[in-house]
Ligand binder design. Structure first.
Ligand code: NAD
Length: 269
C-alpha cells in the first residue's frame, strides 16, 4: 500500500489526545492525512505536534464549540474528508460493586440465586452520571457528525467512523448508561449511512473490545483478571491494533462498507 494513500485528506478526530484517538491520529498521519486533533484538554496539542497536524481543544458536548472547530478546519484546510467520533469516558469503577458481582457469580454457579445481592448500579445512578455518559458519547457523536455532514453533503464525499464498544453489542451489568450510549451510536451510524450513502458518504461503527488505554486505568489487577477471563485471546488489544481497522475504514480499501459495524473483540463473550 502506498504510504501517501491519504495524502491531501483532512481528518478530524475527537478525544485524540490519548489512547485510541491518538493512535488513530498517528496511523492516518503516517499515510499522509492532515489530522486535526481534538480533546477536551491540552493533551491534543502534543499529539497534534507529533503528527504535524492541528490542535482543536474543546468539549464535544459543547455543540457550538465543536461545530466551530470543524467549520474552522474547513476554512483553514479547504475540506474535511474524515470525521472520527471517538471521545469517551469510562463508567466509573466501584470496587465494592465488583466484589459483589464476583460473589454473585459464585452463588449463581452454585444455584444459590436467592442469596445473590442487588448490585444497585442502575438504581443508584444519578441523573448527572446518566447525563454525562449519554452527552459525551451520543450527543458528542451527533454534534460531530452533524457538523461534518454540513460540509460532506456539499462535497458529496466523506467518511465517518464512530467509536462504539463491544458493550454496545453485549451490554454488561454495571454499565447500563455506557452500554446504552454505545448501542445508540450503532443505530445512529446505520441511520446516517442510510441517509447519505447516495451522496458518496460512508459511515461505519467500530466496536472495540477491551483496549490497553488510560480509559482502563482505574481497574485494579483483580478487575483486569476478571475482564481477561471473558476474552478468548486472554489479553487486551493495543490501540495500534484498532488503528489498523480504523485506517481500513478511512480508505478506499473499505469502499463497499457503509452503515456497517466492525467489532474487534479478541473473542470476547
Ligand atoms: N479502552 C477500551 O477498552 C475501549 C473499549 C471500547 C470502546 N472504547 C471507546 O474508545 C474511545 C476512546 O477511548 P480510549 O480507550 O482511547 O480512552 P482514553 O481515556 O485514553 O481517551 C479518551 C479521550 O477522550 C477525551 N474526552 C473525554 N471527554 C471528552 C469531551 N467531552 N470532549 C472531548 N474530549 C473528551 C479524553 O480527554 C481522552 O483524551 C471511547 O469512546 C471509548 O468509550 C474504549
Amino acid at each position: 500500500m502506498a504510504l501517501d494513500q491519504l495524502s491531501g485528506k483532512v481528518a478530524f478526530i475527537t478525544g485524540a489526545g490519548s489512547g485510541l484517538g491518538a493512535a488513530f491520529a498517528r496511523r492516518l498521519a503516517a499515510d499522509g492525512a492532515f489530522v486535526v486533533v481534538n480533546d477536551i484538554n491540552e493533551s491534543a496539542d502534543a499529539v497534534a505536534l507529533e503528527v504535524n497536524g492541528a490542535s482543536a481543544v474543546c468539549d464535544v458536548t459543547d455543540s457550538e464549540a465543536l461545530t466551530a472547530e470543524i467549520d474552522h478546519t474547513v476554512e483553514r484546510r479547504g475540506r474535511i474528508d474524515i470525521m472520527i467520533n471517538n471521545a469517551g469516558i469510562a463508567p466509573p469503577v466501584d470496587p465494592a460493586r465488583f466484589e459483589a458481582a464476583v460473589a454473585n457469580a459464585m452463588l449463581r454457579m452454585e444455584g444459590r440465586i436467592d442469596e445473590m445481592q442487588a448490585l444497585g448500579a442502575i438504581s443508584g445512578l444519578s441523573d448527572a452520571e446518566w447525563d454525562l455518559m449519554i452527552r459525551t458519547h451520543l450527543y458528542g457523536t451527533f454534534f460531530g457528525t452533524r457538523a461534518a455532514l454540513r460540509h460532506m453533503e456539499t462535497a458529496r464525499s466523506g467518511l465517518i467512523v464512530n467509536i462504539s464498544s463491544v458493550l454496545g453489542l453485549l451490554p454488561a451489568p454495571g454499565a447500563a448508561h455506557y452500554s446504552a450510549a454505545k448501542a445508540a451510536i450503532i443505530a445512529f451510524t446505520k441511520s446516517t449511512a442510510l441517509e447519505v450513502a447516495h451522496l458518496g458518504i460512508r459511515a461505519n461503527a467500530v466496536c472495540p473490545g477491551y483496549v490497553d488505554t488510560p480509559l482502563l486505568a482505574s481497574a485494579d489487577d483483580r478487575m483486569m483478571a476478571g475482564i481477561k477471563l471473558n476474552i478468548g485471546m486472554g489479553r487486551l488489544a493495543t490501540a495500534a491494533e484498532l488503528a489498523e481497522l480504523v485506517r481500513f475504514l478511512c480508505g478506499p480499501e473499505s469502499s463497499y462498507s457503509n452503515g456497517d459495524v466492525y467489532p474487534a473483540t479478541g473473542a470476547y463473550s
